[in-house]
Design a protein around this ligand. Structure first.
Ligand code: ADP
Ligand code: MG
Length: 242
């Protein structure tokens, strides 16, 4: 019998991760994360569910290198993220991570196009190439007519599309979204949901933190539930509901 080749290493691999803030304890006397493990293969779309305070944002921040665990390891695309210093973590983030937040975090003094171009400029991409890619992304996301506009003039749904464009600018292997529809009306939430689904279909690895079960079902194939900083369960589903 020919032996099957070993599976490729996971793109994201957290092992025995514990994080407590201030050396102290989170809500109810428990750490923000406690002995948490998570392994995600390239191309997976994973929903992270759990009540407020259960450690969802902490988990994303550790993967993004915005925070460090007190114990355990965080490996992303072969990089030991928990061992990076500040400057190396910033470089890692620019190369490997795209992030989308509930409240967009766009810079209001920059135009839409300037916001989207910014990560590429920081990463040293040539200006003309960065402008081209930003224009292409904004067009794909249906907000190119707002390129010269300031974010404050856009609707929530439009701002979130711009934030997604910015997150994708450097072609990150990992896209992290923390309650991306939490501040949107249901129609805009649907648009963002469709966007995430399309990105996943194109092979993008996506982790989405959400309270919205419909969002989880519509754009991911696996659900990880957290409670009190622990992984309660981790279930793959057959396919996304289209
Ligand atoms: P979620 O995103 O699931 O709502 P978080 O990961 O933000 O939960 O928080 C988990 C726990 O850690 C909560 O008890 C929260 O109060 C605490 N926590 C999160 N960030 C900090 C911080 N920067 N300083 C102190 N405590 C924090
Ligand atoms: Mg949170």
């Amino acid at each position: 019998m020919p032996s099957t080749p070993p599976p490729p290493p996971p793109l994201i691999d957290l092992r025995n991760v514990t994080r407590h803030y201030d050396g102290g304890l989170g809500t109810g006397g428990v750490p923000a994360l406690q002995d948490a493990g998570l392994s995600v293969a390239a191309g997976e779309a994973v929903a992270i569910l759990g009540p407020s305070g259960s450690g969802k944002s902490t988990l994303l921040n550790l993967i993004a290198g915005l925070d460090r665990p007190d114990e355990g390891s965080v490996t992303v695309d072969g990089v030991r993220v928990d061992r990076l210093g500040e400057a190396a973590a910033a470089r890692y983030r620019r190369a490997k991570i795209g992030m989308v937040f509930q409240f967009f975090h766009l810079l209001d003094d920059l135009t839409v196009a300037e916001n989207v171009v910014l990560p590429a400029q920081l990463a040293g991409m040539a200006r003309a190439e960065a402008r081209r890619r930003a224009a292409e992304l904004l067009e794909n996301l249906g907000v190119d007519r707002h390129s010269g506009t300031y974010p404050g003039r856009l609707s929530g749904g439009e701002r979130q599309r711009v934030a997604v464009a910015r997150a994708l600018m450097n072609r990150p292997p990992v896209l992290l979204a923390d309650e991306p529809t939490g501040a949107l009306d249901s129609a805009s939430g649907e648009d963002v949901s469709r966007l995430l689904r399309e990105l996943h279909a194109d092979g993008q690895t996506v982790l989405v933190v959400t309270h919205d079960l419909a969002l989880a079902r519509s754009c991911t194939t696996r659900t990880v539930r957290l409670a009190d900083g622990r992984v309660l369960d981790d279930n793959a589903r057959m396919e996304t509901v289209r």
